[in-house]
Design a protein around this ligand. Structure first.
Ligand SMILES: Nc1ncnc2c1ncn2[C@@H]1O[C@H](COP(=O)(O)OP(=O)(O)O)[C@@H](O)[C@H]1O
Ligand SMILES: [Mg+2]
Length: 303
């Protein structure tokens, strides 16, 4: 069974001047068991609206969402995932441990289990030393990490996170990326939103690009990167004059020569290099990266 099944959901809001704002149009998407799927889109694309519908906070105008077979918003659906909202905020007189107790109680966990799971998630998010200090005075990054800790507490098989890396410093981002990969290794499924392509590249199996409330692309991340090979950077030790003449060097320090070989020219290059017995030290693909892929889609939609 697919953890998330989104079928043709649309949503509009009422704007300040009474006009309709179409936030989401006919979005269809399924999330497969054990995958990390990133929803990538610029500000205002409809990412948070999608997540609010999945988590049952707002109903769609039309369309349906199933979470592990249950209707979004139902008790069964809501207890099936760990949720991180965009810009989480908590009562600042509570300590992380007290807040986690509240969350655990909401999920009907026993006091013993709340205690052991709190220890586990506080360690995972590197919050042990601050676990008994009131949240007042916590940095944005610490609050964000507590948001993730509470989303992990009841150890569900599905996670729905709205911009999990936002507000984190480089160390925090690395910690969260590592955490996501570890959850995937344990068979968990993660659906998260972001506007940062590097985050998608680091952790996602698939990426859904949303612009203007519409799904514009749904791709395997490795396929995007593989399809994007434009040429190869090659390093050769003392290349022959013939080879150097045909493939102009981009760098030459007298010993190692670096060449750029386009994708089309690679067979000819390899042929020549093998006949000449060249000493190739490195052949590295140069790709159109995910950022370029994303920007192309966004600019196509703005025209
Ligand atoms: N409560 C609301 N009332 C009116 N407009 C809203 C509301 N929430 C979101 N919007 C609008 O809907 C669109 C999508 O917003 P959102 O889903 O928050 O995008 P994202 O999370 O991708 O930045 C935007 O144009 C936003 O201004
Ligand atoms: Mg948002």
């Amino acid at each position: 069974m697919n953890p998330i099944l989104i079928e043709r959901i649309s949503k509009s809001y009422k704007g300040k001047k009474g006009q309709r704002i179409q936030a989401l149009s006919e979005l269809t998407l399924e999330v497969k068991p054990g995958e990390i799927l990133g929803v990538l889109g610029p500000n205002g694309a409809g990412k948070s609206t999608t997540i609010k519908i999945l988590t049952g906070q707002i109903p769609p105008d039309s369309g349906t969402v199933e979470i592990l077979g249950a209707m979004a918003g139902s008790m069964q659906a809501r207890s099936a995932f760990g949720y991180l909202p965009e810009n989480p905020a908590f009562y600042d007189f509570l300590t992380p441990r007290e807040y986690l107790h509240l969350v655990g109680a909401a999920f009907a966990m026993s006091v013993d289990r709340i205690k052991s799971e709190s220890d586990r998630v506080l360690a995972l998010l590197d919050l042990q030393t601050d676990s008994d200090r009131p949240l007042r005075g916590f940095s944005k990054g610490m609050v964000q990490r507590l948001g993730l800790a509470q989303a992990l507490l009841h150890d569900p098989d599905l996670f729905i996170w709205d911009e999990p890396m936002s507000g984190l410093d480089p160390m925090g981002r690395a910690l969260v990326k590592g955490l996501m990969l570890e959850l995937k290794r344990r068979g968990k499924t993660i659906f998260f939103s972001t506007h940062v392509t590097a985050d998608v590249e680091a952790v996602c199996d698939r990426v859904a690009v949303i612009v203007g409330g519409r799904l514009q692309a749904l791709n395997d991340v490795q396929e995007i990167l593989a399809d994007g090979i434009e040429g190869y950077q090659v390093q050769i030790l003392n290349p022959s004059a013939e080879l150097a003449a045909r493939f102009s060097a981009s760098e030459d320090n007298g010993v190692m020569t670096e060449l750029y070989v386009s994708r089309e020219a690679l067979p000819g290059f390899l042929d020549l290099a093998s006949r000449g017995g060249e000493d190739i030290r490195l052949i590295e693909p140069r790709r159109r990266n995910l950022e370029q892929f994303f920007l192309d889609i966004v600019s196509r939609n703005q025209r």
